[in-house]
Design a protein around this ligand. Sequence first.
Ligand code: AMP
Ligand code: MG
Length: 440
Amino acid sequence: MTVNEKPSILQPPAQPISVTEASALVAGHAANVLANPPAEIAACELARASGRVLALPVRADRDQPPFDRALRDGFAVRAKDLLANLHLRVTGQLRAGQAWPSSRAALAEFEAVEIMTGAPLPPGADAVLMIEHVRFLQEAETNGQSAARILPQTGRTLSPGENVVRRGMEARQGEVLLQAGRRLRASEIALAAACGRASLDVFPQVRVAILATGDELVEQTTSRAEILPHQIYDSNSYALTALVQRAGGLPFRQNAAPDQKEALSASIQRGLAAAPLLLLTGGVSMGKYDLVEEVLDSLGAEFFFTGVKMQPGKPVVFGRLPASGERTARYFFGLPGNPVSAMVTFRVFVEPLLSSLAGEQNWQPDVALAKLGGNLRVKAGLTRFLPAFLETNGSDPTATPVRTQGSGDLAANARANCYVIVPEDCDGLEEGQTVRVLLT
Ligand code: AMP
Ligand code: MG
């Protein structure tokens, strides 16, 4: 495709919308995407499944726990025997991994069996008396057999079921424990492993094309001796690579494209050929050499928003190129060139769409509440994401703003571990106030 030489009229006009409206637009597309989850499903070994998205549900292979399980070290007893306040005869021992011998009868009156956490409760027993709640009596000789005797602490009683998890209380055989669409983290993987699964059915990882743009950008292969004073190293494509990886995607990074239509168009088309989602950085502001929208427009893009009332991140662009031939529709984001802006807009807008493309249901942003560790003064009218350091120190989590030179200040950004979110209509926040933070 050739690139139009004259600037075209963009639809809709570059009227920034609020973060809430922009998020709703992204969420709408994310929901559409989720309505048709990826068709391809592959088996993935459990040890490699972290971060993948489950494509088929995981069911309980049997009741969980599969037997009445002791929750404590102590003595398996009949709870009602404790009401007599008499000693109990200890007639055996059961540890985890041991079965009650089929030759043995159920627990008789005033009988106890020493039991370890994780062992199956012997028949007849209905509770576990914790070892800490027992006094030991002398070994006694009964009918020529020696048996230890125990006496529960004075007044110590048990209800049936105490310190025991009954068979099937956690899950019933066949019950769905993990729905398709779950992002697999340690908790999900542990549960699948507990059900005997060695592999899980997962969706493919989403490829994400990444393209930084700007004449000033050079690769890290350019040495310090070679780099010219007006040039800078491209950091955005690496920040985005890391963010895509963390979100479970497969980055396809290209070298930066210059602010020149033909070259930009060629790189954009390479990205679109490689991935259903393209992330561009730079060239989306109002400057004379900000050509990204123009090139995308010439390729037939529709734009869902071209600017959001936020700081950092105001010039952010979201749109889609229609399906053509074999190729499915391609979503794209034109992220601002400023490095902090690119990262914030990724977290706010790209991540939810990327999760949906991956088939993940119920994605949630990493937002938490914290106390503000200093006063913040801003001009109302933009939602702000201000770098801050969140620490707990045994008290309420406190987010202290980090001194920054603005959205290009990568050093300050690296000193922060969250962004304090200042609502659009707000012109300041006071120290000690509860604020929302986006964790980095
Ligand atoms: P732009 O959005 O193209 O106007 O760029 C805004 C600012 O971000 C400028 O100072 C650029 O030099 C800087 N910038 C753009 N792209 C990158 C990048 N890939 N890595 C680091 N800085 C960048
Ligand atoms: Mg630029």
